[in-house]
Design a protein around this ligand. Structure first.
Ligand code: SF4
Length: 376
């Protein structure tokens, strides 16, 4: 079934490490943006089955519950959205109140993904986040009180000045909150990020690579002990709480993206919308919001399915790969993969191919084996 992605590019402030497609919230821009989304959704609708709606950003929780309700309703009018569809809204802690959360829940959102990032106030300040630990804990509690039984929490590791022990404090605090799902990412500081200047001014540094590896592995081990199951490189969940929407990206699914900069993949075709918010709004009025479109070659589709599938903890099922893509995985790639198996980064048992946790830290190097036909 299709997944539907809705991009909301507005943020209350721009975090010093962020290079997503986002901008400062502009009250005058929001109504025409929501109107453009509704137009784009209505035009694209073809009645096909969909089972996930995902509001990502940016900060989707800056929308009013009535905006969210209108967008979900438009999706339901345009596609056969399953009654039990997973409907996720990304939320920043400082943007939610009990009333707004109740409004989002009443609008049809049934999964809240809360961007906490750290449970240590000094780390949040270094990242220029607007919320505190108390605000984040209160937001998760308020989400539960508003009826959200499916809550995800995002954390980042390898933050400036963060030690392994401090990272594990955040992991323990996350476990204490007991969300059904958690995402745990290594912070990547892009070349021109304002955070780099802040680090220079504050004389902050990040821990050595070995410590980053220890953060990753020991953080996941704590989640194991707490009963979570790692199902993807950066994602863990209680059984049944895996992100159905994100699984579409990793399992060769199909999705449609709406809003500025949103990507879509369907029927072997990939396209992306104009990234700038104002340009996107103007283009929607004439039906020309798509900035680029290309047909994926057969080889590209297979390669992408393989390297995305390898992100999953369960890895690639050899029989399924043969049945779906006509590829004998080990015959085709075994020569290039063998060194990773020998190094303890990959496990191949004839039935499946999967990365170990040590391998997940070097996932890009391993996945590059599958990229032969594409220059990305
Ligand atoms: S709130 Fe999220 S999307 Fe917005 S600037 Fe911060 S990290 Fe980027």
């Amino acid at each position: 079934m299709l997944g539907l992605y809705i991009h909301i590019p507005f943020c209350s402030a721009i975090c010093n490490y962020c290079n997503f497609n986002r901008g400062l919230f502009d009250a005058a821009l929001k109504p025409p943006y929501v109107a453009a989304l509704l137009t784009e959704i209505a035009r694209a609708g073809d009645g096909e089955a969909a089972d996930t709606i995902y509001f990502g950003g940016g900060t989707p929780s800056l929308l009013e519950p009535s905006d969210v309700a209108a967008i979900i309703s438009a999706c339901r009018q345009s596609w056969a959205v399953a009654p039990d569809a997973e409907v996720t809204l990304e939320a920043n802690p400082e943007t939610v109140t009990p009333e707004r959360l109740a409004g989002f829940r009443a609008a049809g959102v049934n999964r809240l993904s809360v961007g906490v990032q750290s449970f240590r106030d000094e780390e949040l300040r270094r990242l220029s986040r607007l919320h505190s630990v108390d605000t984040a804990v209160a937001a998760v509690g308020a989400a539960r009180a508003a009826g959200f039984d499916n809550v995800s929490v995002d954390l980042m590791m390898w933050l400036p000045q963060q030690s392994v022990g401090e990272w594990l404090e955040s992991v323990d605090a996350l476990v204490a909150l007991d969300p059904g799902h958690a995402s745990m990412y290594l912070l990547e500081i892009y070349p021109n990020a304002p955070l780099r200047d802040a680090m220079a001014r504050g004389r902050w540094s990040v821990a050595p690579d070995d410590d980053a590896a220890e953060m990753y592995v020991s953080g996941l081990e704590r989640m194991d002990k707490a009963g979570y199951v790692q199902y993807e490189i950066s994602n863990v969940a209680r059984p049944g709480r895996e992100s159905r929407h994100n699984l579409k990206y990793w399992t060769d699914g199909e999705w449609l993206g709406f809003g500025c900069g949103a990507h879509s993949t369907r029927g072997g075709v990939r396209w992306n919308n104009i990234a700038a918010t104002g340009d996107y709004i103007a283009a929607v009025t004439v039906g020309g919001q798509v900035a680029g479109r290309r047909i994926l070659s057969g080889a590209e589709r297979v390669e992408e399915a393989l390297f995305m599938g390898l992100r999953l903890a369960s890895g690639l099922d050899v029989a399924r790969v043969r049945g779906r893509y006509g590829i004998a995985l080990w015959d085709e790639y075994g020569g290039d993969l063998e060194p990773f198996v020998d190094a303890g980064l990959l496990v191949y048992d004839g039935r499946s191919l999967r990365m170990t946790r040590a391998g997940m830290l070097l996932a890009n190097d391993i996945m590059a084996v599958f990229i032969r036909s594409t220059v990305r």
